[in-house]
Design a protein around this ligand. Structure first.
Ligand SMILES: [Zn+2]
Length: 219
């Protein structure tokens, strides 16, 4: 178990090693950040965006919250997306869920946590929307399916935000992706929900939801 002092010790060693191996790395970062990617992920400590993708400081703009939810009126998420799209000109936004997500499990089982119940209510809305599909699955695979459905729905929420509607209307090239991460194997899965413009949305949404079902109906 690390102590706070360990964190500073590791930090000093890391910064020294970076500067040794790539002189000028940090002074280069001071000038600007030019990430191509924005990551919208869960706050879960097991799902660190940079480590999973091998991206360095300066390469991915990150927004994380409990269960990677994008709510239409959440100024925090919307401001991060707006900054990423309008100012940083990212080319890809990935919404990344993960199997075994505590927020998704709480939504599925109706577990009371406290204040966060109100946040998790958004996943219960997803569960409600796909109730027929979820009820038809076995207990063993239902939680994984809801993790994926939550990602798919949050990709839609990014796509219909005013930020993306306006960016696509101006012809800006930005793709929104839905991925899921396996805490058990360290691997990312592409859920086939890659949206490059509003015209793709309905068709790809239906196909992605169908895939969640196809993958698991025999399980
Ligand atoms: Zn989570």
């Amino acid at each position: 178990m690390s102590t706070l002092q360990d964190l500073f010790t590791h930090n000093r060693a890391w910064a020294a090693q970076m500067e040794r191996e790539r002189p000028g790395f940090f002074t280069g970062l001071v000038k600007q950040q030019t990430p191509k990617f924005m990551w919208i992920g869960c706050s879960d400590s097991r799902v660190p965006a940079n480590q999973i993708t091998g991206l360095e400081p300066g390469e991915v703009f990150v927004h994380r919250n409990v269960a990677n939810i994008v709510v239409h009126s959440d100024l925090n998420a919307l401001s991060a997306i707006q900054f990423a799209v309008d100012m940083l000109k990212v080319e890809h936004i990935m919404v990344v869920g993960h199997y075994g997500c505590g927020g998704v499990l709480a939504a599925l089982h109706g577990t009371r946590i406290g204040l966060a119940d109100n946040w998790i209510r958004h996943i219960q809305d997803v569960r409600h929307r796909h109730r027929q599909l979820l009820d038809s699955l076995s207990d063993a695979v239902r939680a994984d399916a809801l993790c994926e459905l939550n990602v798919i729905e949050q990709v839609v929420n990014v796509c219909v935000s005013t930020v993306m509607v306006d960016a696509w209307a101006k012809g800006q090239k930005v793709s929104i992706h839905g991925w899921s991460f396996g805490v058990h194997d360290g691997l990312l899965q592409d859920l086939g929900m890659t949206i490059a413009g509003p015209e793709d949305l309905d068709r790809l949404y239906r196909a992605a939801v169908d895939r969640v079902w196809d993958k698991r109906r025999s399980a």
